[in-house]
Write a protein that binds this ligand. Structure first.
Ligand code: NDP
Ligand code: 8X3
Length: 252
């Protein structure tokens, strides 16, 4: 059965791979991100390659107004969202707390925590009304373990873990599945964003071991949506084989 899948942050990394995975399996997609050119390119690629319906929506998840307009502006058919993947997020900066940049904190908390909440607040009533749906929140190993200089990024991902649990409790009586997926190190645009465009520093994070790919994470997201109606994966920690904990990576 064709599902409507809403993916935030589909212009790069996990979100783009998740969009390709669901499109390859024939599903209809709402894809979002702030970079309109990339969003439109992806929509065109998915429609051409997989002959699926794709609705690109360019907005910033940090804006409650933009989120509200994006969701309430959907046609009645597109409002039948079966799966919401709250993926948009980022780390910015890696400093000790007494030297951190306040604006980096604002960006992480506003995107990773408040943006995810805004999306959930607007989409979950549509699922409640239909008595079905699946919300998948992309957390991180950084939401399970705190590492040096990770204070606010880790805090934002611990919040995602807690919010996911709370969402599941509140929506359990409405037949809505809620899943937390917490990946370890994956080579996407993530470190480039964290290090503010310093490619050498970003690449060095992944030297000497095989990190996860965006496709590995997309496979996990897709898998949790394929289980029988009575089965839900609550929480999945997905790591590179070479990574044993947030800070323990075996580099050969
Ligand atoms: P990327 O930087 O490759 O992709 C991030 C995506 O989020 C982009 O599509 C970006 O789109 C979007 N995004 C960022 N800010 C906003 C915003 N304010 N509004 C709308 N969209 C936004 O990173 P990843 O794919 O690696 O990360 C995806 C998620 O996975 C994040 O939540 C991240 O924290 C998490 N994660 C990443 C890991 C990793 O090692 N890579 C490991 C564990 C978790 P645009 O810039 O066009 O807005
Ligand atoms: C991204 C993984 O631990 O490198 O969430 O910050 S980590």
């Amino acid at each position: 059965m064709t599902k409507i899948v809403f993916i935030t942050g589909a212009t790069a990394g996990f979100g783009m791979a998740i969009a390709r995975k669901f499109a390859a399996n024939g599903h209809s997609l709402i894809i979002t991100g702030r970079r309109k050119v990339l969003l439109d390119e992806l929509a065109k690629e998915l429609i051409t390659t997989f002959n699926v319906e794709v609705f690109p929506l360019c907005f910033d998840v940090r804006s409650l107004k933009a989120v509200g307009e994006a969701i309430t502006g959907l046609t009645e058919r597109w409002k039948n969202i079966d799966i919401l993947v709250n993926n948009a997020g980022l780390a910015v900066g890696l400093n000790q707390i007494h030297e951190a940049v306040i604006d980096d904190w604002e960006r992480m908390i506003d995107t990773n925590v408040k943006g995810l909440l805004y999306m959930t607040r607007y989409v979950s009533p549509l699922m409640v009304a239909r008595k079905q749906g699946h919300i998948i929140n992309i957390g991180s190993i950084a939401g399970k373990e705190v590492y040096p200089m990770g204070h606010v990024y880790c805090g934002s991902k611990f919040a995602v873990d807690a919010i996911t649990k709370g969402t599941r409790i509140d929506l359990v009586s409405h037949n809505i599945k809620v899943t937390h997926i917490a990946p370890g190190a994956a080579n996407t645009e993530f470190s480039l964003v964290r290090f503010k465009g310093d490619k050498n520093r970003a690449d060095s994070v992944y030297n000497g071991f095989q990190p996860l790919t965006a496709e590995d994470v997309a496979d996990a997201v897709f898998y949790v949506t394929t289980l029988p109606a009575h089965v839900n994966i609550n929480d999945m920690v997905l790591m590179p084989t070479a990574q044993a904990s947030a800070v323990n990576i075996h580099k050969g």
